[in-house]
Design a protein around this ligand. Structure first.
Ligand code: SF4
Length: 329
């Protein structure tokens, strides 16, 4: 019965005891995928309408299907143990996706009502989804979603039109209205490496932060079978600069107007004298987004490069990441 099945990322499945895989870093958020093949056609996405990638893929990750009731019961145990601290539904635009999302949010809420690590002690549930309008935003929040993760993905209209299609103005207007009406209830996903400049990405991070949204940075990952399968991922130096920009901006330590860009819109300087001190703990290079959302190997091959570190960096990793920031390409 389709309604009683749910897909879990392979890392989530391992933490729940549903799969036996060796992991260098375990997810601290449980990622569940709902929907199936999407009616949208984002050029990078394994679930896009025209994609030939496996139906069990999203980015680099495999999402096997499990019984929903069993998965949620195991999720409750993992929450109790403190292994899982958040749940996020990754929702594609497929038949009945919206009602299905509401149903799973409610089911997670019922199965995992408490989480001692949060204040108030409520288990946080988010949904990375494309709401159609404000009515859907309201329904999601009423169903108990903590954050709606808006998949804007593109840093500017030019990239949005080429990679995603649809109305940039309408997407932005919905995000802006939701952020204004429901402060602290939104996150936005931005993907580095879709064809934007470093200036465009830094400016969009600032714009989203100014709206009060959490900014989750992703690195474009070429997936076989998608329209962008032959496009290279972003250089690690560009990604590191965007991580630093994200960190400074979202912690209100600096703003994009402080940064210097080259004529080609590459970020040349943060003009932030305390930068070495601020970067020394490596947190700027860890996965960004909602608390405890560490997305291990969502963008990374196990052999690297590590765009988003899913756990604290060693001092050698911090040194290398800071060197990456300084490299031109
Ligand atoms: S940042 Fe993480 S937890 Fe938050 S909406 Fe995005 S994927 Fe989900």
């Amino acid at each position: 019965m389709a309604l009683s099945r749910v897909n879990a990322s392979i890392g989530t499945a391992a933490v729940l005891g549903l799969a036996d895989v060796v992991m260098d870093a375990a997810p601290t958020t449980a990622y569940l995928m709902l929907g199936g093949r999407c009616v949208m056609d984002c050029a990078f996405c394994a679930q896009a309408r025209s994609s030939r990638a496996s139906a069990l893929k999203l980015s680099r990750v495999t999402w096997p299907e499990f019984d929903q009731a069993q998965t949620l019961a195991l999720l409750a145990q993992a929450v109790e143990r403190g292994d899982i601290r958040r749940c996020c539904l990754q929702v594609t635009v497929a038949d009945g996706y919206f009602q299905r999302t509401l149903q799973v949010i409610r089911a997670v809420r019922e199965t995992c009502p408490r989480y001692a690590g949060a204040s108030p002690p409520r288990f946080p549930v988010d949904a990375a989804i494309l709401p159609k309008d404000m009515a859907q935003v309201e329904e999601l929040l009423a169903a108990g979603v903590d954050h709606i993760g808006f998949g804007l993905d593109a840093a500017c209209e030019r990239v949005f039109q080429r990679i995603k299609g649809g109305s940039w103005a309408r997407s932005l207007a919905l995000i802006e209205e939701a952020a204004q009406r429901f402060p602290d209830r939104g996150a936005v996903h931005l993907i580095v490496g879709l064809g934007e400049t470093e200036r465009e990405m830094a400016e969009m991070i600032q714009r989203m932060h100014d709206l009060g949204l959490i900014v989750g940075l992703f690195a474009f990952t070429p997936v076989r079978g998608t329209r962008m399968e032959n496009v290279p991922p972003p250089s690690i130096s560009t990604y590191r600069r965007m991580q630093v920009a994200q960190y400074l901006i979202t912690n209100s330590l600096a703003c994009v107007g402080d940064f210097t860009f080259s004529p080609a819109s590459q970020l040349l300087s943060f003009n932030f004298p305390r930068l070495p001190e601020i970067l020394a703990d490596g947190v700027a290079f860890q996965t960004s987004g909602c608390p405890d959302c560490n997305r291990p190997f969502y963008n990374e091959r196990p052999g690297g490069p590590m765009y988003n570190y899913p756990k604290p960096l060693t001092s050698q990793q911090v040194e290398a990441a800071i060197e990456d920031v300084k490299r031109e390409t």
